[in-house]
Write a protein that binds this ligand. Structure first.
Ligand code: NAD
Length: 449
């Protein structure tokens, strides 16, 4: 059995069966069996089924949100937002089956046309930080394109995926969506090596992603990888400093910093450093850390005791702590929002993904220096640019090597726009129209006339 722990109390909240490699094989078999009929469902009918799936999740939105808030330790308001995004994602991709367009290409002697064919059985491996919503980003386009799926949630947070499997059973044909909750090294690995799995879509750490890419090579499996980040929040001296400082804390302390898009390096132009840090200090002290089920909570605990230890290792005795917020005492894996400054560009905390509520503030001189510092990382997932100079904002947004950039805002993710990383933050894109490319193969057919 898997003992599922509630991070806010450190108590076991549920026991669920621990799947093994045999369970993965059985799930792949079911998905393989369901594939021919699912791919043959008429496009308009597949759309209707996906809309019914969205409706069925929406009906359960509140209890799914409470389950996610408790299991992942995230504020209930955030959890509701995520469940809303699950619904929105299924509705968005419900529009896709009738829009999987091909091309006709002028050739001599006949007609040439392309089709977007489904891949077959797709393995989806997701992390514990945004359990159900990241699963939905993969499920929506995978199912819309006519694939069947085996979803493996993280061992720490399997509960909402298991609920989704039950909900889906009332709407989808048998075998189309299968969930296996078990260890990554066993169940995840089996999905990656399985000869009947055509593609693996993975979200998780860069380290595990590297291993999956290596293992997938044996069967030339398609892979989408959404990995780690160390994103820069670039604040120029001509920015609305009040707005930038007010928004900065939740752009890195949201989800207790356990967010691949966390703006965990705040790069501030030297002339504005004093004023910005004064504003940031006040904003960080206001972050409300506490019980995830309290409606006023902005930040919950970390996911586990082991993860808290890892996060704390970035703030050793003598670390340059500029501001430390508050956090509850006692049971639960609490850690206060922490600002480190001054931090050198190559200090460990400025280089590695911390995945906790710890942010580094680093000074830069000018536009060239800002871009160089932002890009001085193996990662390239997201980032922000704050300035009142529109041309500079666009120049910097184009020059920063990341997949998702925002200007005078810290948002990264929308259902209708592509999301994914440059460099070692990943391969492929999720969400928006682009995700469908990663769940289909292009077939070219020549018809001699
Ligand atoms: P993780 O890599 O430890 O685990 C992710 C998933 O992979 C889990 O389901 C796990 O069981 C499974 N897994 C572990 N070992 C495996 C193996 N050998 N073969 C196959 N599957 C295996 O990551 P995590 O700790 O759950 O999540 C945190 C990481 O996820 C962070 O690095 C974060 O940046 C990243 N993340 C990225 C995005 C993104 O979209 N880029 C989003 C969220 C999280």
């Amino acid at each position: 059995m898997i003992s599922v722990v509630e991070p806010a109390t450190a108590a076991v909240m549920a026991e669920v069966p621990r799947a093994g490699a045999d369970d993965v094989d059985a799930a792949v078999e079911r998905a393989k069996g369901a594939f021919p009929a699912w791919r043959a469902v008429e496009p308009a009918e597949r759309s209707a089924i996906l809309r019914r799936l969205a409706d069925a999740v929406e009906e359960r939105l509140e209890d799914l949100a409470v389950l996610e808030a408790r299991n992942a330790g995230k504020p209930i308001g955030d959890a509701r937002g995520e469940m809303g995004m699950v619904v929105e994602t299924f509705r968005y991709y419900a529009g896709a089956p009738e829009r999987l367009l091909g091309d006709t290409i002028p050739v001599s002697g006949g007609i040439d046309m392309t089709f977007r064919e489904p891949l077959g059985v797709v393995g989806l491996i997701v992390p514990w930080n945004f359990p159900l919503v990241i699963a939905a980003w993969k499920l929506g386009p995978a199912l819309a394109a006519g694939n069947t799926v085996v979803l493996k949630p993280a061992e720490l947070t399997p509960l909402t995926a298991l609920e989704l499997e039950k909900i889906a059973a009332t709407v989808l044909p048998e075998g189309v969506l299968n969930v296996v909750a078990g260890p990554g090294s066993v169940c995840g690995s089996r999905l990656v090596e399985h000869p009947d799995v055509a593609k693996v879509a993975f979200t998780g750490s860069t380290e595990v992603g590297r291993g999956i890419a290596r293992q997938a090579a044996d069967t030339i499996k398609r892979v989408t990888l959404e990995l780690g980040g160390k994103s820069a929040n670039i604040v120029f001296a001509d920015a609305d400093l009040e707005a930038a400082a007010a928004a900065a804390p939740m752009s890195v302390f949201g989800n207790a910093g356990q967010d691949c898009c966390a703006r965990s390096r705040i790069l501030v132009q030297r002339d504005a450093m004093d004023r910005f840090t004064e504003l940031l200090d006040a904003a960080v002290r206001e972050v409300r850390v506490g019980d995830p089920l309290d409606e006023t909570t902005q930040m919950g605990p970390l996911i586990s005791a082991a993860h808290r230890e890892e996060v704390a290792s970035f703030v050793p005795e003598g670390a340059p702590v500029a501001t430390r917020g508050t956090a509850p005492e006692g049971d639960g894996f609490w850690y206060p929002p922490t600002v480190l400054a001054p931090v050198g560009q190559h200090d460990r905390a400025a280089v590695e993904e911390i995945f906790g509520p710890v942010v580094c503030v680093i000074a830069f001189d000018d536009e060239v220096d800002a871009v160089a510092k932002a890009n001085d990382t193996i990662y390239g997932l997201s980032g922000s640019v704050w300035t009142r100079d529109g041309a500079k904002a666009l120049r910097v947004a184009r020059a920063v090597d990341t997949g998702v950039l925002s200007v005078n805002s810290n948002t990264s993710v929308r259902v209708s726009t592509p999301f994914g990383g440059f460099k070692q933050s990943g391969v492929g894109r999720e969400l928006g129209p682009h995700a469908l490319d990663h769940y289909t193969e292009v077939k070219n057919v020549y018809f001699a006339t």
